[in-house]
Design a protein around this ligand. Structure first.
Ligand code: HEC
Length: 136
């Protein structure tokens, strides 16, 4: 008994260390996602959970590649990833939540010749989409 425990001591110890390292890593990634989620909600004030439906309804994904949206692989406009890290929206408006929302509702207000159409999305819906985009 004593000798078999002795034999398994190192493998057991290594497994325990590996499992705790993996768990710690998963917790860090999870916390990071939670944090970027809540930062986005604070920035734009919408509900990101409603965004995927809205994005589908207004055809955003037909023109844009959007993270987390199945089939969201449009190439007409740029990919809508890392919006949080941008300096400008549409290359013309300072990247604030209010400007991003206003752009989504009415790109021509900022950029009269923009190829992005006004889709008919409401300001409240655009707020949900902006919150979602900031969380990606
Ligand atoms: C018909 C294609 C088309 C549709 C539909 C469309 N867009 Fe766009 N979008 C574009 C193009 C093209 C640009 C780049 C325009 C420019 O810079 O003038 C753009 C730019 C943007 C930008 C600025 C991106 C940046 O890199 O600064 C955002 C944000 C955006 N679109 C979000 C949306 C959302 C949200 C929807 C759905 C409500 C949507 N778009 C629907 C074509 C489209």
């Amino acid at each position: 008994m004593r000798s078999s425990l002795h034999r398994y001591r190192w493998p057991l110890l290594c497994t325990a260390v590996l499992v705790s390292a993996l768990t710690a890593g998963a917790v860090v990634v999870w916390k990071d996602q939670q944090q970027s989620h809540s930062v986005a909600i604070t920035m734009a004030g919408g509900d990101p959970a409603r965004a995927p439906d809205i994005i589908r309804r207004y055809g955003c994904a037909g023109c844009h590649t959007i993270p987390g949206i199945p089939g969201g692989d449009g190439k007409v406009g740029g990919a809508l990833s890392n919006l949080k890290g941008r300096v400008y929206v549409g290359g013309v408006a300072t990247n604030t939540a209010e400007n991003l929302i206003a752009w989504i509702v009415s790109p021509q207000t900022f950029s009269p010749r923009s190829a992005m159409p006004a889709t008919g999305i409401s300001e409240a819906e655009a707020r949900d989409v902006a919150t979602y985009l900031y969380a990606q």
